[in-house]
Design a protein around this ligand. Structure first.
Ligand SMILES: [Zn+2]
Length: 160
């Protein structure tokens, strides 16, 4: 066995990366939605296909923030949640993420976010910061952990 072979083996011992996969136009839709919401947090349901620890976004279901305190919290109405789930079912998709924005703070889950992450299924949360204009994704396992956002160009197939 030579060194090259050893290196090859090392490289091939890859663990499955937890990641949420979107394309640029989906990110543009979310950015636009966040910007239009001004000082209020915006929110959306991300519908797609989950394969192990990869969440592949196929469709963005934009929702209204009906929270009484919309500058620092968000709530999707039960009616819109239901409509989102119904739409997902019709399209043979599932909920693969929850999106919301922080107009004036960085893209890290607030204490309220952490509390509610456990209640929305086992899906990633994507946060957009109006302050830094970047996206970050998190999932709640034993603790809240950051996961990768992979940006795919154009239309992609289910075969990843
Ligand atoms: Zn938040």
């Amino acid at each position: 066995m030579d060194g090259l072979n050893n290196n090859y083996r090392r490289v091939c011992r890859i663990r499955i990366v937890k990641e949420i996969i979107l394309n640029q136009s989906q990110l543009d839709i979310l950015t636009d939605h966040a910007m239009k919401s001004g000082q209020d947090e915006s929110c959306a349901m991300l519908l797609g296909i989950q394969k192990e620890e990869q969440w592949n976004v196929k469709e963005i279901f934009l929702t209204k923030n009906v929270d009484g305190n919309p500058e620092v919290e968000f709530t999707i109405s039960p009616e819109e949640l239901l409509a989102g789930y119904k739409h997902a079912e019709e399209e043979h998709l599932e909920l693969v993420g929850i999106f919301h924005s922080h107009p004036k703070s960085i893209a890290l889950p607030s204490n309220t976010d952490r509390k509610f992450m456990g209640l929305n299924g086992d899906v990633p949360w994507i946060i957009f910061s109006g302050l830094t204009t970047d996206f970050k994704a998190f999932i709640l396992k034993e603790d809240v952990e950051e996961i990768k956002i992979r940006i795919m160009e154009g239309i992609f197939s289910n075969k990843l």
